[in-house]
Design a protein around this ligand. Sequence first.
Ligand SMILES: Nc1nc2c(ncn2[C@@H]2O[C@H](COP(=O)(O)OP(=O)(O)OP(=O)(O)O)[C@@H](O)[C@H]2O)c(=O)[nH]1
Length: 327
Amino acid sequence: MTSTTTIQRLMDSSGAADRAFAHQLMETLAIPVFVLDTSSRVMLWNRACERLTGVPARDILGTRDHWRSFFEDRRPTLADLLIEERAAADGRIPTLHGPADDQHLTAESWCDMPRVGRRRYLAADASPIYDERGRLAAVVETLRDLTDEKLAQIALEQLATRDGLTGLANRRCFDDTLHAEWARSLRQRQPLSLLMVDVDNFKAYNDANGHLGGDECLKRIATAVASEMRANDLVARYGGEEFAVILPNQSLKGAASVAERIRTRVEQLQVPNRQAARHGTVSIGAATAIAAPDNSASELVAIADAALYRAKHMGRNRISLPLSETA
Ligand SMILES: Nc1nc2c(ncn2[C@@H]2O[C@H](COP(=O)(O)OP(=O)(O)OP(=O)(O)O)[C@@H](O)[C@H]2O)c(=O)[nH]1
């Protein structure tokens, strides 16, 4: 921001020597900078911009191809947007422009960077440059590569919301999502379904196959459960060998069918068990509710838990619905 403003002031100034100096300054800046004229042709593409994009200045100067350095598909850069925006503003208030600081555009986004072949997360800052009569002469865009910071932020967010062993959402993420979906069910009067999925006889599996063998088994089952989800569903590791699945806008009938698909899928994995003839299986309890002010998400969990308990009691490797639905 600061460097753009300084350059902008130098370029705005009427002295040719100052402008030449600003041009030279931009060329040598460690910050990637490019400048477009009012018809979006590239006037300047500094060395840092060459390094960032992998596109040499000689290939780009005088063209309108600068977007190709950032995106696979045609998209305006921030500088293009500012030119369009200024053109529209000039139509309304000819030649008048306010304080430079009001006229910045800033944005952050992932860019494809086709020439270097690696996506980068760039912060862009575009500022107008005016001639001595107050008309838009050019737009300068500076870029900052924030990829490392963004990746670190994503990794931190992952740590906060993901379970380390299975990669599924963790318990905290489950609790947050359940409350958000409960509130949505209340607003939209739509059903919300929940499945509690528990691995059968897992203590015996651990005893026979060792804790690491047990971990492998959990990972395979987690992947199998996740493969049955739609985009808006959430599967989480609820704790130990138990998973929870949130199914927004899903009736009990629909939830029962998802549960049966999960049960079959896990059975078909045929997770080997060293000391037992049986393969790894899961029991599943289902529950559905339309949220109301006088009930709560924890009641939905309790109903699904009770159904899971009955599935275990009835012999495992099965699904169970709430009692009121089965009577
Ligand atoms: N390997 C491994 N084992 C785990 C993990 N979390 C919990 N467990 C084990 O899972 C087992 C759960 O045992 P129980 O609660 O008795 O249940 P179960 O043997 O599956 O029996 P049912 O649920 O009644 O079919 C315990 O032995 C835990 O130590 C984990 O992250 N990795």
